[in-house]
Design a protein around this ligand. Structure first.
Ligand SMILES: NC(=O)C1=CN([C@@H]2O[C@H](COP(=O)(O)OP(=O)(O)OC[C@H]3O[C@@H](n4cnc5c(N)ncnc54)[C@H](OP(=O)(O)O)[C@@H]3O)[C@@H](O)[C@H]2O)C=CC1
Ligand SMILES: N[C@@H](CC(=O)OP(=O)(O)O)C(=O)O
Length: 367
């Protein structure tokens, strides 16, 4: 893998909410060094510090302030091996495909390639081994690729839910059904997000496309990879034990941190007790942490005993936003078990996941 050298990386969408978090997290990274930045033609040609409307707690890292922002064209990123994409989904599809064609490794937050049958959808605390699909992706690409690939991470609400769901499946066998109700922060809509007139003193019970993404992505992430009749690898979408997922999504006046109420029914009878569920969640260690990915949280899930936690203002920075917090684990009178989960939408829900995915790929020798 790395032989002690650092890998040059670029950030696409570097001026946005997710792009800024990438820059904060990559500023002092042991594997990666920021080499190039890209954004829209509106920002191109400016020093980063002039182009960005910086909204992070820590100041703009000094080494990126003077970098000239480029348009998102591969010719400006040829000295990079990896790009992290925080691009607007309206443009991410074509741009990310062009970087893959130019033999770069693309780690994307955007939704565009999540449903591609050869693109892994990886929540690193859950299914990093889906990275293996990039070999088929390269081979089936026209023309076939030597190094280029795209890896996506999930929708931020999907990410928060699938971490505890995956742990429960591992401990207690397949889930049969799951109901998820989200309370999503406004930073999930990028900056400036919703008009204050719409979100202050209010809850908006609709986020376009979100419920469908949670219901579909959960199956791709929790399912395995199998061989089809032609010997191709395919994602099995949890088909061996069909899992029904029903999601309802709400926007709430919180800046950062998506809170979700989750109820689950297990296939096996009798189901686990709330105490068994708490112990399984608290005791889980992710493979990416064990393998030494530097951004992986030491403790994947913190289980609160207090009746009124997790809360976004208090818990969104747990493990620098890389872990998730669960609370209120209790019996559900309709399904089996219900709980609340909080995940930082900009960190483990976005930039941190992409970075851990790239760390895992580097450790595995794929970049
Ligand atoms: N915010 C979140 O919590 C999460 C976001 N995501 C996804 O991550 C991506 C980024 O989200 P977010 O940071 O919130 O979005 P923002 O709107 O904050 O940022 C979008 C970025 O895309 C750039 N961009 C816009 N148009 C173009 C263009 N024509 N060419 C090149 N670059 C362009 C913008 O550059 P400029 O400043 O120059 O306009 C900006 O850097 C989206 O796909 C989103 O769905 C995923 C999970 C969570
Ligand atoms: N839709 C999410 C953020 C997002 O951009 O999701 P996706 O990457 O799945 O489009 C939210 O509003 O909180």
């Amino acid at each position: 893998m790395l032989d002690g050298r650092k890998i040059n990386v670029g950030v696409l969408g570097a001026t946005g909410t997710v792009g800024q978090r990438f820059i904060s997290l990559l500023a002092e990274h042991p594997f990666f060094v920021i080499h190039a930045l890209g954004a829209s033609p509106r920002s191109a040609g400016k020093h980063y510090a002039k182009a960005v409307n910086w909204k992070q707690v820590r100041p703009i890292p000094s080494q990126v302030r003077e970098i000239i922002v480029h348009e998102c064209k591969p010719e400006h990123f040829l000295e990079c091996e990896v790009v992290f994409s925080g691009l607007d989904a309206d443009v991410a599809g074509d741009i990310e495909a062009s970087f893959r064609l130019a033999e770069l490794a693309v780690f994307s937050n955007a939704k565009n390639f999540r449903r591609d049958p050869n693109v892994p959808l990886i929540v690193p605390l859950v299914n990093p081994t889906h990275l293996s699909m990039i070999r088929q992706q390269r081979a089936l690409h026209s023309p076939p690729l030597k190094k280029g690939f795209i890896v996506t991470n999930a929708n931020c609400s999907t990410t928060g839910a699938v971490v505890p769901l995956a742990v429960l499946e591992k401990a207690f066998g397949p889930l049969e059904s799951c109901i998820i109700t989200t309370m999503q922060a406004i930073s999930g809509a990028g900056y400036p997000g919703l008009p204050s007139f719409d979100i202050l003193d209010n809850v908006v019970p609709y986020i376009s496309g979100e419920e469908e993404k949670i219901e579909w992505e959960t199956l791709k992430i929790l399912g395995g990879i199998v061989d089809d009749d032609e010997g191709q690898k395919v994602f099995d979408m949890h088909s061996r034990q069909p899992l029904r997922v029903s999601a309802s999504c709400n926007r709430v006046p919180v800046i950062e941190g998506h809170t979700e109420c989750v109820s689950v029914r297990f296939a096996r009878r009798p189901p686990p007790s709330p105490q068994q569920v708490r112990e399984a969640l608290q005791g889980y260690t992710s493979d990416v942490y064990t393998m030494g990915c530097p951004s992986a949280p030491r403790h994947t899930i913190f289980v609160h005993e207090e009746a009124d936690r997790p809360q976004p203002r208090l818990d969104r920075d747990y493990q620098a936003g890389a872990g998730v917090c669960v609370g209120r684990v209790r019996q559900c009178r309709v399904l089996d078990i219900k709980f609340v989960v909080l995940a930082n939408n900009v960190a483990i829900g976005a930039a941190t996941s992409s970075i851990i995915n790239a760390e895992y790929a580097a450790i595995k020798g794929e970049i």
